[in-house]
Design a binder for this molecule. Structure first.
Ligand code: SF4
Ligand code: SF4
Ligand code: FES
Length: 249
């Protein structure tokens, strides 16, 4: 007989310094639910399996189609997006935990600020002057476009940092996502304008040499961003810059 309920266990924490606890819920089964719709059901009726009323759980979500990266969490031990995690494909009880490599805000919601700071560090933008019409952009080789597109799929979701053994509270490692975006921006026709600063940033503390090449990042990336290829590519760009700087002295 088909199950009539969905069993969910959620790691709860009221704030960054509050103690954590596990809460169990049993919600009515509906076909084709994802973890976000299951969480919404819990929020609608926040009563635990033992009958005790609790506070509605907190999480972050936005696009609901695996594009924004906001709903990343650990689902049954694997970091992924809650909006694309289909209940019918998950073992129960479904165990939900927040990512651990980011400061916790509340329950399943974390602060991914360090990723956006990392993008600022590597100047992950295209410098353009918006004060006048620049005309059509330069032509880009379709092969370069292909590589650029694979890198541009990154949605800053944090899965790769969560999986990376080199990322922790104690390490300054910038993480694989920002390295991929630095490679992407270096590939852009305007890349050479800021390539030196971008590459220099990744040659310093917390940069490319902190990658231990464990390759966990590329395995968990939901967008199949070629992270290890990007890290290797940036390593070569950094080596070239090192020798250029050496001979310029
Ligand atoms: S590289 Fe992949 S795993 Fe890392 S933040 Fe971007 S989309 Fe997420
Ligand atoms: S290759 Fe390994 S150490 Fe390097 S960024 Fe990826 S997970 Fe981290
Ligand atoms: S809500 Fe945007 S990726 Fe899940």
């Amino acid at each position: 007989m088909a199950a009539s309920t969905i069993e969910i266990t959620i790691k709860r924490q009221d704030g960054p310094d509050a103690p954590s606890r596990w809460e169990e819920f049993s919600i009515p089964y509906r076909p084709n639910m994802n973890v976000i719709s299951a969480l919404m059901e819990v929020r609608r009726q926040p009563v635990m399996k033992n009958g005790t009323r609790t506070t509605p759980p907190v999480w972050e979500a936005n696009c609901l189609e695996e594009v924004c990266g906001a709903c990343s969490m650990i689902i049954n031990g694997k970091v992924r997006q809650a909006c694309s995690a289909l209940v019918d494909q998950l073992a129960q009880p479904i165990r939900l935990e927040p990512m651990t490599k980011f400061p916790l805000i509340r329950d399943l919601m974390v602060d991914r600020h360090r990723m956006f700071d990392a993008l600022k560090r590597v100047r992950a933008w295209v410098p353009i002057d918006g004060t006048y019409n620049l005309g059509p952009g330069p032509r880009v080789d379709p092969n370069v476009q292909g590589v650029a597109y694979s890198l541009a799929r990154c949605m800053t979701c944090g899965c790769c940092l969560e999986a990376c053994p080199q990322v922790s509270d104690h390490s300054e490692f910038i993480g694989p996502a920002a390295i991929g975006q630095a490679v992407l921006k270096n590939l852009h026709p305007s890349g050479p304008l800021t390539k030196e600063e971008r590459t220099a940033e990744l040659m310093g503390v917390g940069g490319i040499v902190d990658c231990g090449n464990a390759q966990n990042c590329v395995i968990v990336c939901p967008k199949e961003v070629p992270l290890t290829r990007a890290i290797g590519d940036m390593g070569r760009q950094a080596t070239k810059k090192f020798f250029r700087d050496l001979f310029r002295r």
